[in-house]
Design a protein around this ligand. Structure first.
Ligand code: GUN
Ligand code: ZN
Length: 433
């Protein structure tokens, strides 16, 4: 069956609602028509269905939204979620680096990659920008698993020649292994490569320069790293780069700040960094549950909005506390209030879909459920728990969306579709992840 209709309530955003009006696209009784994995028509059922006589239509019970796009996550940290007791730098030493060492074994990497992708789909996430480990084979394992499931994914080998013993590359091997991975995977099907220096503290100047050269030599790839997450980290970066104007500038000097750069966190940014991010078109992956879990701080949404900084939403597993971008949107709302910002539920949905898609440069293909885009979508169940059912009864679509962000998680994902095919079905009917 090449043409398939999906009927239900459809909600998406055309653009950032904070930027301009008319962002919302809501079809209370809508129809999505999908051919060969792409949306060929969308609109009110009454308007669209007459154009497709004899169309096979599947009714979907719930709120259909674009598949979530996680703008920053570490697949090798899946099994270290909920590791107790430290802020960033000690948490890395105590919990994360030992776990990442195990990815020297490609069989382990393959097993975790499969588990991670199944979890993503259970949480309604269909695309992500993903850290591997320092081992090139960890990225091969990830891309192999993503390709087999037909997922649109971005990933990269971590560059960390100043990392701990047993978990470091060299400036030369980092570049040559990244080059080989780019040749093997970048642009193959739905896959994108991201040059991935871990953060400023774990790469030598020579390695950061090598990362800049990789970007210059391969204009389509992304740059993915961490920025200004934790105050101790920021102090160490300032000591290491005394001539840099700020943390972002330490990257900028090596050509790492471009419109294809995605910086995770940006919790403590001087205005100068925001100006430079906006000027270059670089993006920030906001990771609210991680920032709370590691005691890093609260992202300043108002500051970013004032400067026109592009943002998306990330889970940052294993520091984040849930892969659910619904949950992370709810935490973002609460964290935002600490900085006098009231994150609108529709803007939160934008950040988790089109906003992240823009950071990953995949917004031509996914994130808005627009005609011509790929049919990656999620069906949310706003009655997934008894309390959700009570809270959403008779409520407006925005109220229901907010309730899903505050009370919802993987339980509220009834099913997840990838290229128009069911890849996760909570209730066990049809194909499972
Ligand atoms: N900074 C450098 N590495 C990491 C990491 O693995 N997680 C987080 N949250 N921050 C980092
Ligand atoms: Zn991270």
């Amino acid at each position: 069956m090449t043409v398939q209709g999906f009927r239900g309530e459809i909600l998406s955003l055309r653009h950032d609602p904070a930027e301009s009006p008319n962002a919302v696209r809501h079809d209370a009784d809508g129809l999505l028509v999908v051919e060969h994995g792409r949306i060929v028509a969308r609109g009110a059922f009454a308007d669209v269905s007459p154009r497709f006589p004899g169309l096979n239509v599947k009714a979907l019970d719930g709120l259909i939204v674009p598949g979530f796009i996680d703008a920053h996550v570490h697949y090798p940290q899946l099994d270290r979620i909920a590791s107790h007791g430290e802020q960033l730098l000690d948490w890395l030493d105590r919990h994360i680096f030992p776990a990442e060492k195990a990815f020297a074994d490609p069989a382990h990497a393959a097993e975790v990659a499969e588990a991670f992708l199944s979890e993503l789909l259970r949480h309604g996430t269909t695309s992500a920008l993903v850290f591997g480990t320092v081992h090139a084979a960890s990225v091969d394992a990830f891309f192999r698993a993503a390709e087999a499931r037909g997922l649109r994914m971005a990933c990269g080998k971590v560059l960390m020649d100043l990392g701990p013993e047993g978990l470091k590359d060299t400036a030369e091997s980092g570049v040559s292994e990244s080059e080989a991975l780019i040749r093997r995977w970048h642009g193959r099907g739905r896959l994108t490569y991201a040059v991935t220096p871990r953060f400023a503290l774990t790469s030598s100047d020579a390695q950061l320069a090598g990362a800049g050269k990789l970007l210059a030599d391969h204009p389509g790839v992304l740059l993915h790293t961490h920025l200004s997450e934790n105050t101790r980290e920021i102090a160490e970066v300032a000591a290491r780069f005394p001539d840099a104007a700020d943390y972002l500038d330490a990257y900028d000097r090596f050509g790492l700040v471009t419109d294809r750069s995605v910086f995770a966190h940006g919790v403590h940014l001087p205005d100068r960094s925001c100006e430079r991010l906006a000027e270059t078109g670089a993006g920030v992956a906001v990771c609210p549950s991680s920032n709370l879990f590691l005691g890093s701080g609260m992202f300043d949404f108002a500051q970013a909005e004032r400067h026109g900084v592009r943002i998306g939403l990330g889970s940052d597993i294993g520091a984040g506390t849930s892969l659910s971008l619904l949950h992370n949107a709810g935490v973002a709302y609460q964290a935002g209030l600490f900085k006098d910002y009231r994150l609108d539920p529709l803007r939160a949905l934008w950040l988790a879909t089109g906003g992240s898609a823009r950071l990953l440069h995949i917004d031509g293909d996914v994130g808005m459920l627009a005609e011509g885009q790929e049919a990656d979508f999620v069906v949310l169940d706003d009655k997934a728990t008894p309390l959700l059912a009570r809270r959403t009864a008779g409520a407006s679509v925005v109220e229901r969306l907010f309730a899903l962000q505050v009370l919802g998680d993987d339980r509220a994902v009834r099913c997840t579709y990838v290229l128009g095919q069911c890849a996760w079905d909570r209730d066990g009917v049809g194909q499972k992840a």
